[in-house]
Design a protein around this ligand. Sequence first.
Ligand code: SF4
Length: 378
Amino acid sequence: MKIKRNPTREVRIGSIAIGNNHAIAVQSMCATKTQDIEATVAQVKQLQAANAGVVRIAVDSKKDARALAEIRQQTDANLSVDLQENYRLVEMVAPHVDKVRYNPGHLYHHERDKPWQDKVKYITDIAAENNCAMRVGVNAGSVDPEAQDKYSKEDSISPMLDSAQDHCELLDKIGFDQYCVSLKDSDPNKVIDVYKRFATQNPEIPLHLGVTEAGMPPEGIIKTRIAFEQLIGRGIGDTIRVSLTLPNPQKHEEVQAGFNILDDIEHGRVRSVVVFDPNKLNIISCPSCSRVENEAFVELAQEVKKMTEYAKNHAITIAVMGCRVNGPGETDDADLGLWCGPNYVNLKKGEEKIGAYKYDEIIPILQGELDKLIQAKA
Ligand code: SF4
């Protein structure tokens, strides 16, 4: 089946290009500590061997940035870097990567009096000087507050669209066109909706598709597949990532899952999809990255999945996140949320904090809260 793709413009990322009918690139991200150069280089190579077109690395500090410079010396992979609040690090990282991702919702934390437009101009100028592509990476769990305030709490799609649109308009005004956009949510149905609406308004902008915090296989792959079939089948999407919670030695399975989904869509093998049922238990968990504060995170996510098996027919969402950077915000919408610190796991019920517990204590406490919730819903 030949899929007719949207006529997006070409964006070069190191040795590959996305958009303009280039093959859909499959990406992944390192979950090793960036400062552990040996482990990170090994993981870059592991992902590259699985044919990842771009490998992303998180950089949160000057030490991470210095490690990145050394990692660059040891690999020819196309590297992308994830900037968070400390956007000024772009100056240190851009010379060593092919692409820079920033999240509009994270530009508010530092230098609060400075307009976000100035910060984007700063990032863009440095990206352009260093021949880097960019991704405007909007995420439902961290939408910029100004865009959020204009809409009701129930409407999570419109603030994401507004935020992406404002940033694209600014980049167009600056005259920088080597960018793509992502609009990720953990709910595949919202992902379908938000990307369809954005692509209708902006058919020329290349899109990076992803369902964020999709969780563990096989559910994480199923959620992602549901969204990708609907979008790629309509010509939407130029690069993809399947975000899965996996132990480090299996991280390349994200890339394999991406290629499998693309192959199935191309060959019309799309009707075997298990329907993602919003009336059942939904575990969302982040794919982990170098910000994970305790290696026990992946095991914890697996234990949560096992322990909650008995509740599989209840419409309850449990979120398990690996760090304090995105964990607190991205667990707000879940019925029960866990985000991991170095020694403690923080447990939340919606936006309310219940407490912080040791890794070997949390499972029975979570089970108690889950039972209470099931009773309350009944
Ligand atoms: S929640 Fe934290 S550890 Fe998990 S992927 Fe996001 S930034 Fe990385």
